[in-house]
Design a protein around this ligand. Structure first.
Ligand code: NAP
Length: 248
């Protein structure tokens, strides 16, 4: 059976680039999205037109019923789940910490932390060799924000990514002997729509000069590191944080 990978938030940006590359490397790909079905269908079409296999997976990762339904769909697909990329993530609007309202905080923590935990939980249940699985790998998409703290921008987002890094460490240790490797990637400024959603469509341009390499990264540059961490090339790498940030 083909190896199957679940990529959350795969309708655009880093998730979409990872979905395309995973398909090119031989995975059947579960393409999750929450809102933009047309974009997610477009990614599935691109994969299938290149002779790959894709499964469209609608669902809000912060809604447990949706997550359980997604995993039911994965179980019913004719492929063998071996990998998860916890990529779905959101950021609140840039602004001072004192102005964060509870709705913003809840959304950030629900999607970035709770959603990632739910997807990781339902993946390890299936992959653990102790529960009869064949092992596999998880990559959590964290952020350079976890070590920078993102003052004056989005400290809540930075904290949510630090939580993901703690999950990476804990799961790597808990499941290392059960055939599951767990790592984080920590992108810096990557050219995607997420900056516009933070109210700063010019953020890539504005911050590129602060990056030692003097440019933003592309989603494809992040996808290549994710696929490396999932592959046997990284067979002794677990509990690691890989910065993909042009030296920042
Ligand atoms: P993006 O272009 O805004 O894409 C976000 C993706 O997440 C979309 O596919 C979106 O689906 C999905 N999503 C949002 N909320 C969701 C939910 N509740 N359930 C399921 N899917 C959901 O973002 P991106 O820049 O590619 O970011 C991807 C990851 O990289 C995030 O975790 C982000 O924090 C991290 N990251 C990004 C950067 C950067 O500079 N871009 C840097 C560091 C880390 P819909 O299309 O359906 O809305």
């Amino acid at each position: 059976m083909d190896p199957l990978i679940l990529i959350t938030g795969a309708s655009r940006g880093i998730g979409a680039a990872t979905a395309r590359l995973a398909a090119a490397r031989g995975y059947a790909v579960g393409v999750n999205f929450v809102r933009d079905e047309a974009a997610a269908r477009g990614i599935c079409d691109q994969i299938e037109m290149a002779d790959g296999r894709a499964l469209l997976l609608p669902g809000d990762v912060s809604n447990e019923e949706h997550v359980l339904r997604m995993f039911d769909q994965l179980d019913a697909f004719d492929a063998n789940l071996t990998a998860l990329v916890n990529n779905a993530g959101v950021v609140g609007r840039i602004g001072p910490f004192s102005g964060y309202d509870s709705e913003r905080l809840k959304r950030t923590f629900d999607i970035n932390i709770y959603g990632a935990f739910l997807c990781a939980r339902d993946t390890v249940k299936r992959l653990s060799t102790t529960s009869g699985g064949a092992g596999g790998a998880i990559v959590n998409v964290s952020s350079a924000a976890a070590r920078i703290g993102s003052p004056n921008e989005f400290v809540d987002y930075a904290a949510s990514k630090a939580a993901i890094d703690a999950m990476t460490l804990g799961l790597a240790k808990e499941y290392g002997a059960q055939g599951i490797r767990v790592n984080s990637v920590r992108p810096g400024i990557v050219d995607t729509d997420i900056h516009a959603s933070a109210g700063a469509p010019d953020r890539v341009e504005k911050f590129s000069s602060m990056v030692p390499m003097k440019r933003a990264g592309s989603p494809e540059e992040v996808a290549r590191v994710i696929l490396w961490l999932l592959s046997d090339e990284a067979s002794y790498t677990t509990g690691a944080f890989v910065d993909i940030s042009g030296g920042r």
